[in-house]
Ligand binder design. Structure first.
Ligand code: ZN
Length: 118
């Protein structure tokens, strides 16, 4: 792991605000590490600028509260919602991600963020 941390993949303002446990278990941590090493870090390297994680790991309670999909990859630490801060730069990031390994790659809400899962 070079650019991204496990911490930023499990940090959640909503969890803090609502006092929800969002501590990943061992398997989730392993998945988050893979996501960083195989997808997020290489994407960041190719993109050349910081990428923000809006949402990474979600405990089932957190996922339910924010209305996430029931069998979302976020639940097992395999997904991240990321953004560069602008739709045009997200477009460039999306093109980079298409060439990297992934199970899901979704252009969300007109490109406000990108969902990527491994
Ligand atoms: Zn997502």
């Amino acid at each position: 792991m070079k650019y991204f941390t496990l911490q930023e993949l499990s940090d959640s303002d909503t969890a803090v605000r609502m006092n929800i446990d969002n501590e990943p278990d061992k398997d989730a941590v392993e998945n988050m590490r893979r996501l960083i090493d195989i997808v997020l870090d290489p994407a960041r390297e190719l993109f050349g600028k910081p990428i923000k994680v809006n949402s990474g790991y979600r405990s089932s309670m957190l996922n339910e509260i924010i209305g996430g999909a029931k069998h979302s990859y976020h639940l097992c630490g395999r997904a991240a919602d990321i953004t560069t801060g602008s739709i045009s730069a997200n477009r460039r990031l999306f093109a980079i991600l298409r060439k990297l390994p992934h199970k899901e790659l979704i252009w969300e809400k007109g490109g406000i963020w990108i969902h990527v899962a491994l």
